[in-house]
Design a protein around this ligand. Sequence first.
Ligand SMILES: CC(C)(COP(=O)(O)OP(=O)(O)OC[C@H]1O[C@@H](n2cnc3c(N)ncnc32)[C@H](O)[C@@H]1OP(=O)(O)O)[C@@H](O)C(=O)NCCC(=O)NCCS
Length: 149
Amino acid sequence: MMEIEYKKLETSDYDFVSRLVEQNLGDVITHSFNGYFNNVLFFNRAMETGNSYVIFYNNAPCGFIWYSLKGIRLHINTIIIDKEHQSIGIGGKIFKELEDKAKESKIPYLQLGVQGVNKRARDFYKKHGFKDIGYMNEFDTYYMEKRIL
Ligand SMILES: CC(C)(COP(=O)(O)OP(=O)(O)OC[C@H]1O[C@@H](n2cnc3c(N)ncnc32)[C@H](O)[C@@H]1OP(=O)(O)O)[C@@H](O)C(=O)NCCC(=O)NCCS
């Protein structure tokens, strides 16, 4: 059975998270956000708002998740699994656990934003039952949601 652990984000995780973002979302950011993205601002917001964790697989850090509760919605700000750990089911397991957590708290919707150029992530979300609810042209961003209750 796949064992995944979560460790609350700490200041000392800045280099790890910045590298994850750069290596796994660098192209998406260049395409969709141009000069609007800043690693320090991103990390500070992840530290200050919502729930942010480093994800561990077999005791090794392999990813990052940041989500926030917004009323009746659980908003997934960012999820990143590093390249060498992708496609083995970690993302799917995290989504299942998030969904269970939201259900327990009687939260009826999961929601997120994803860039159109990020086809793999969009396919992943569609496969997990998310539907488009809007699109913001300026940042090539689709808003997607899944009703779970
Ligand atoms: C999107 C992401 C979180 C999925 O996590 P994951 O642990 O790889 O997902 P799983 O192994 O549970 O599921 C794999 C599915 O995701 C997609 N996928 C993940 N990695 C892929 C790859 N290397 N090539 C193609 N599809 C891939 C496919 O839909 C795949 O479906 P399959 O199971 O039929 O192969 C992960 O790929 C990732 O971090 N990507 C880079 C960062 C990113 O884009 N984050 C989202 C920002 S909005």
